[in-house]
Design a protein around this ligand. Structure first.
Ligand code: APR
Length: 257
């Protein structure tokens, strides 16, 4: 593994433009469960609770589950080492942008600025009637569904439900990243959800080197991944950080076993 991590660090250090593509796995060690896998949220809750048609038909019922899944967990979550290393890489000019499928705001709280949220962000609520936006923390969710102070309309979390379209800005930023990146660093995603899961495939077609971090293989691993770093995000990103900011990395390559 040392050889592969050193190889990955050398590639990242030499890259002109690197994009990190992150999924729920990067936030697992911040206490936010993944969606899929043995203890995933979708093994406890029915994913249809995030269908937009179901939300519109039964906002109160949907809000009960949404509150339990997203607002109970998310409020206490803090960025972990993996989020912080990506933020440091951005500061040091080693990371161009983050395309995240996550809605937990942890990249921003870790200090990353070039973050594009493919599925929106759970920190905001939006009125379905007048489109007014509120911070989730500003609105009492003792009475569900929460309603707009101005027009009484129903408030919906401002993240993308199944059946809704991807916001234009992150979509465009993701497509652009796929065409300009030398390296795509995929962290903690199964690669199962369309259309987000197409972005790394596009990057590969445009010639990007794909480095993947995951304790388990994903749909990318045997398809497009060039270097698979098997392990937890905090563990691998911690090792990458040591190498990336080591003054001897470039000569270490001869000593790699
Ligand atoms: N470090 C890195 N990866 C991890 C860790 C960890 N500590 N723990 C789990 N993983 C990996 C799992 O092996 C899996 O590949 O994270 C991935 C989590 O997969 P999903 O829960 O499916 O998350 P993701 O791929 O981001 O889901 C995509 O699905 O339900 C929708 O909108 C939701 O954005 C989400 C999308």
């Amino acid at each position: 593994m040392k050889k592969k991590i050193t190889e990955a660090a050398l590639i990242l250090k030499k890259s002109r433009f690197t994009t990190a593509f992150t999924g729920a796995g990067i936030s697992v060690e911040s206490g936010i469960p993944p969606f899929r896998g043995g203890d995933g949220l979708w093994s406890k809750y029915d994913p249809s609770v995030l269908d937009i048609s179901r939300f519109l038909a039964d906002p109160a019922g949907s809000w009960v589950v949404i509150n339990e899944i997203f607002y109970d967990f998310f409020n206490s979550a803090k960025p972990n080492k993996a989020h912080l290393v990506l933020s440091r890489m951005e500061k040091e000019g080693m990371l161009g942008r983050i395309i995240t499928q996550n809605i937990d705001n942890l990249h921003q709280e870790a200090g990353s600025h070039m973050v594009y949220e493919f599925h929106g962000n759970s920190k905001n609520l939006r009125c379905l009637h007048c489109r007014r936006e509120y911070l989730a923390g500003q609105i009492s969710i003792d009475h569900l569904p929460p309603t707009c102070r101005e027009c009484g309309g129903i408030l919906k979390p401002d993240f993308v439900f199944f059946g809704e379209s991807i916001p234009q800005m992150p979509l465009a930023a993701a497509y652009e990243a796929a065409t300009i990146s030398d390296v795509f660093l995929i962290i903690g995603t199964t690669g199962e959800v369309m259309p987000a899961n197409q972005i790394p495939l596009m990057a590969k077609e445009y010639g990007a080197t794909i480095i993947e971090i995951n304790p388990e293989p994903s749909l990318y691993t045997n398809k497009v991944t060039d270097i698979f770093l098997k392990g937890k995000a905090t563990e691998i990103m911690g090792k990458l950080e040591d190498l990336l900011f080591s003054p001897t990395l470039d000569n270490d390559q001869d000593g790699v076993d």
